[in-house]
Design a protein around this ligand. Sequence first.
Ligand code: SAM
Length: 458
Amino acid sequence: MFINHDYIENLLEKSKQATKEEIDSILDKADLHKGLSHQEIAILLQTEDEKQLKRIFKIAGNIKKSIYGNRIVVFAPLYISNYCVNNCKYCGYKRDNNFSRNRLSMKQIQEEVRILEKMGHKRLALEAGEDPVNCPIDYVLDSIEAIYNTKLDNGAIRRINVNIAATTVENYEKLKAKEIGTYILFQETYHKEIYEDVHPKSIKGDYEYHLTAFDRAMTGGIDDVGGGVLFGLADYKYEVLGLMLHNEHLEKEFGVGFHTISVPRLKKADGMTMEEFPYLVSDEEFKKIVAIIRLAVPFTGMILSTRESVEMRQEVIKYGISQVSAGSCTGVGGYKEHEMGMAKDQFELADHRSPMEVLKSLMKYGYIPSYCTACYRNGRTGDRFMRLAKSGQIQHVCQPNAMMTLMEYALDYGDEEFMDMAEKVIEQEVSNISKQKIKDLLINNLERLRNGERDLFL
Ligand code: SAM
């Protein structure tokens, strides 16, 4: 098995003895923006030295800028069912929690999607609890189809990433056939003993089955997979090494590692208290985690949710986050209920701003919010995406695409202030584009958008 407990523990122990010179030379290597091995990451995780930490943040910031420019991809989660047969100690949807459960009908899904489209969303993460009877794969597949088919005015969901429980190769093939974007699954914790403790007597409690889900997903033809751990369940150093080993395993077996890594931190939920969890991650540690992952896997997108506060989101965007959720509800039917002021959430959120507020704030701090879905729709997935990303070529399409989706948003959903901000950002960015052919294409496409055309991308 690619996660070996003794190996991780030994490596963490051994890495404590690294000299200043060794750490400096790892940081020199990180500065080449080509990534680091898990052995090197083990050493960086042990660093407490102020000067070295400062350098880690600086390099992470540089990698972020040179690979992702100033773009931040924006998405929202959509919860379709809170039926759950598992009893995860940390989760508000655990089976022991007594509340009236539901799953959305196709009509209700369409209602939720229309609300999300009215907010300007183009990318969703579909979320569901695990329940083979009340939430079978066919229901998930129908939901995906319903989402893609729901259009409101110029609104459309163009990419659905799916975060459902570990399943079979056959089910992954079915998800692939429905044209999902990334299949996302959090390992929650790589620490087997803790994993089994926090997932008592349940389907999800099978550590090996959960750990090998991406192998089955990739065997089933899904080539973009998104990993993550729930930070706060076990020692964060152990978890980051787990992520690295998992990524290296996928690279070796399938030629491509994680498309994205999510960094959720444990939040208060019904039926649990934070005091039950001894490994909670402090804000300082959290920033270090994000920066070190950025050094380790420069081309893997990093996702941050509204579990984090506005301030923390602004901070870690600098060091590595490339995708953020906005305007999120984590309840089933939450968007409609939110409008009516009565949602049952899976856990507490810290950023309650609307997407428009999030987008404005991103622009204010010099970022370009992007709803781009072009790579996936042009077949730039899996190793094809990674090759383009690693060659730096991807910049030439990402930047113009981000601006086109920003213009679309401004035209369809923005207020006057938004339009002013967007126009300024776009003008500035157009002038920064060095390739004349791409500049001309972009200017032409922006004009076509102003004239009412939609969904243009390179
Ligand atoms: N049922 C699917 C599974 O088993 O992977 C999807 C899980 S759920 C809809 C999405 C994620 O929410 C979980 O993987 C977990 O990491 C996260 N989550 C659950 N409880 C949480 C809490 N109290 N605080 C923060 N995140 C939590």
